[in-house]
Design a protein. Sequence first.
Length: 134
Amino acid sequence: MTRRGRKTRGFSLIETLVALGIAGIVLAGFYESLSTGSLLAKRSDDQAEKVSLALNVLDRVGVDFAQRAGVQDNGEVGSLEWSLQVGRSQPRDMQLGPIYDGELLFIAVVVRDTRTPQADPVVLRAVRYAGDAL
């Protein structure tokens, strides 16, 4: 009599554990990419909110805020703090070329989020003719 080999059906325990380990690594990668994507979307939304507030404040210069050198104002909207400065001196990083003294007003609006103080603020600048000042 000859002995027949035992036929196996299904997977062994080791094969199953290896497959589960590979599946876990793949799922961890998917989870990390999803969490990174949601974090980037949140940052993008926060940045858009800051820019929107800065544009709103910049649009109000000459209407709600006087358009003349020396004007400074600040305020809060929710968790966002903004500050406004109107001056005659050209910022160092702006290269407009030669201008006549007192010809232009340089307006800067800075918006910060109090919830994330380590985040960079949004800074919007505008240049307006001083002759148009109200």
